[in-house]
Design a binder for this molecule. Structure first.
Ligand code: SAM
Length: 280
């Protein structure tokens, strides 16, 4: 058994290990193992990051909601995301460049060698620039502009904490082109209640328009996962299903979770979550 411990929330998730694959003890502790339900699993400092069984849910929603809402993304910045899953989905769009900033090279190496189905060619795509750096430092110093920024961070602990500050968001906002869109992994509202409300407040201090959408990632326990949807154009969060259909048709994308209808429905927050993020 291996356990993902969520100290804050006071619960543990135990997963049966049918095969221990690799452990890397560097900046972060990375463990890869096989499990009957989730396939191959990566944990980072004890927290489940990605599994081959259900990664499509998270990576499709972190990528296609932003790119189909915008409709004409050319330059994308991915912060975190060293497993390559978000980059893989983004590169299925006719984008010009994807800059992926991952702090720990060991994550990329481990994923390419032990969980190659997740990045599936992303790292070989000539449109991808892989930068090994702290995402917070990268955006502080960057000059380039992006149409979409995707923050595929772990939860706000360890190195990931730097990707949840208002200074970080202000730097991202500076790099976003007019009409640009940003999506951030925003945890499980049921477990992070108070923090989640503060997170929304921090975002509202930086972005003109702050919305959230939900996805159901089986290996992320605690109910639906929230994704922050930030834009300089308030209309982007409510792009119609018909427009999404048209944009998706053009691309002929076969997805297993994202559809235009799921995209639209994902923005419908149940009251217990909507109340957490309602402006004070
Ligand atoms: N889907 C996962 C989740 O929701 O928790 C995230 C997966 S992805 C593997 C998270 C990545 O962010 C890890 O590879 C980690 O090394 C990277 N990371 C953490 N802090 C970072 C930082 N400050 N700058 C860039 N990458 C960072």
């Amino acid at each position: 058994m291996t356990e993902a411990v969520n100290e804050e929330a006071g619960f543990r998730t135990s997963l049966k290990v049918t095969r221990a694959v690799r452990e890397v003890h560097g900046e972060q502790t990375l463990v890869v193992f096989d499990n009957p339900s989730f396939g191959r699993v990566l944990t980072l400092d004890g927290a489940i990051q990605v599994t081959t069984g259900d990664e499509f849910v998270y990576h499709e929603m972190m990528s296609h909601v932003a790119l189909f809402a915008h409709g004409a993304v050319r330059d994308v910045l991915v912060l975190g995301g060293g497993d390559g899953g978000v980059a893989r989905e983004v590169l299925r769009h006719p984008v010009s460049r994807v800059t992926l900033v991952e702090i720990d090279r060991a994550v990329v190496d481990l994923m390419v060698s032990e969980m190659p189905s997740i990045s599936r060619g992303a790292f070989d795509d000539p449109r991808l620039d892989l930068v090994i750096d702290d995402g917070a430092r990268f955006v502080r110093e960057a000059e380039a502009e992006f149409d979409a920024i995707i923050v595929d961070s772990p939860d706000p602990m360890g190195a990931g904490a730097a990707l949840f500050t208002s200074a970080f968001y202000a730097d991202c906002r500076r790099l976003l082109r007019p009409g640009g869109v940003m999506v951030c992994q925003s945890g499980m509202p049921f477990l992070t209640g108070g923090w989640f409300g503060g997170h929304a407040e921090t975002l509202r201090g930086v972005f003109e328009d702050v919305a959230f959408f939900l996805s159901t990632v089986p290996s992320y326990t605690g109910g639906p996962m929230a994704h922050a949807f930030l834009s300089t154009d308030p209309s982007l969060k409510s792009v119609s299903e018909a427009t999404l259909e048209k944009r998706a048709e053009g691309l002929g994308l076969a997805t297993r979770y994202w559809t235009p209808a799921v995209h639209r429905a994902a923005f419908a927050l149940p009251p217990y979550i909507a109340d957490l993020v309602a402006p004070p």
